[in-house]
Design a protein around this ligand. Sequence first.
Ligand SMILES: [Zn+2]
Length: 263
Amino acid sequence: MASLITKILKQLFSKKTIPAEQATYEEEMLLHTVMEYSRIISQFIPYFTTLSSSEKQRFIKRTWYFRNSKIFHYIGLEEKSEIPVLVSAAAVQLTFGLRRYKLGYFKHIYIMPDAYQFEKPGDLYIGHVSPKGIYLSWKHFLQGYENAADNVNVAIHEMAHALEYNNFMDHADADPKFRADFQLFPVVYGPAIAHMITTRRSYLRSYAYTNIREFWAVSVESFFENPAALKSAMPKLYYVICEILKQDPLAAERNTTIVEFAK
Ligand SMILES: [Zn+2]
């Protein structure tokens, strides 16, 4: 199957079509699937449209593998074919520079129609991550991508938590390289919080300063939604995220390793 999806994607992106009489049923079905993936992702995820043709192929392939490695649960809303594709694509966007991208610690993804209660009645969530799975409000997922420059994207936020969990839980899918890079994060967290306390101003929304986990997830939202503004307001933070995620949204080629850590 691995070579088949690569072959199909190459054909799709080189605009060479397989004559119908030569294609097997399996090839036709897979071609149909990847065309749907490409259509849905192009429509909703601006990041994808900025990729080169070979990066787009890799993005779709990863989305397909990610989607097929998860079980999606729909709580109070109807199942729609674009939901698992787009949720998988959000994870792939975050991990596009990394070798391990499937967040193997998590098998289950739960989708709710809107903000939901969890644990304590009264508290409303639009997403969270627990050892049981990744939870997202579909309404807020769409809002995160509809407004592409407000620094709020709940899918990226929760996937950033999931990526951290995935690598720090004792699990076969953890990546020691990621863990080592992630240790760079406190280097900027301390000074950033000190600056925020003294000046009472920050480029990041105040929720970032709840704790280091939220600082990471909120920073990553800005990193993708407004890379140039984050780079100019908090350059050290920007470079550290480039180093941890092994991608630079401002660079022409996403998969080239960039970065010089500004010490
Ligand atoms: Zn959070």
